[in-house]
Design a binder for this molecule. Sequence first.
Ligand code: ADP
Ligand code: ADP
Length: 218
Amino acid sequence: MIEVQGLTKRYGPTTAVEALSFEVRPGAVTGFLGPNGSGKSTTMRMIMGLDRPDAGQALISGRPYGELRWPLREVGALLEARAFHPGRSARAHLSALAAGGGIRSARVDEVLAAVGLSDVAGRRAGTYSLGMAQRLGIAAALLGDPGVLLFDEPVNGLDPEGVRWIRELMKSLAAEGRTVLLSSHLIGEMALTADHLVVIGQGRLLADTSVRELTARG
Ligand code: ADP
Ligand code: ADP
């Protein structure tokens, strides 16, 4: 469960997020929908403790990110502008994360297989295509087997096969009972993937609704 309670963030004169509140429940894909610049990344960064809110708070399983004892085991995130060292392999990246996060090392090969990178796990990340880098970012998010997952625009730059793969992955993570928050500016993709929608515009909540309610007739 993620609880966003009155989050507000300003950058100088720009209000990126304004008094935003919503919940993300387990067992469903919650789509976080809004146009570019509407505040989705800023919200996710505040949930992950990377940006300090000017007001409000975000809780993961009842605690702020900074109070989680084993963060990687509680929450995984694929955020925009993630950086991988170009000279290090996918396996090296994940092994270092596992070692620092209290995660058994055998888990590295499991997540590499889960994202389809086993065959290229020894290659330098700098040689990866955008799609492969995206898969590595997802592997990092899944590494700690967390119950809460955030994905910021994961389908950006992917080919149709990659987009379908992400869609199925999101659904299967939710079916396992995890809490999944998926941001996108693509309304059509969200209608196909999400069970629940949180819609924002200019940092403010516009709608918080199940997709079934939106599409039900009669
Ligand atoms: P989205 O993820 O929906 O595209 P963002 O959260 O990235 O939206 O941005 C929301 C608003 O905050 C935009 O107006 C953006 O320009 C501004 N913004 C985001 N990060 C920064 C920053 N580090 N410095 C200044 N302005 C920022
Ligand atoms: P409850 O009875 O505790 O409110 P329900 O599962 O019956 O829980 O759902 C009630 C409302 O909660 C519905 O309007 C539904 O859209 C909303 N909801 C369901 N899943 C989520 C979610 N992932 N995030 C936020 N709200 C949700």
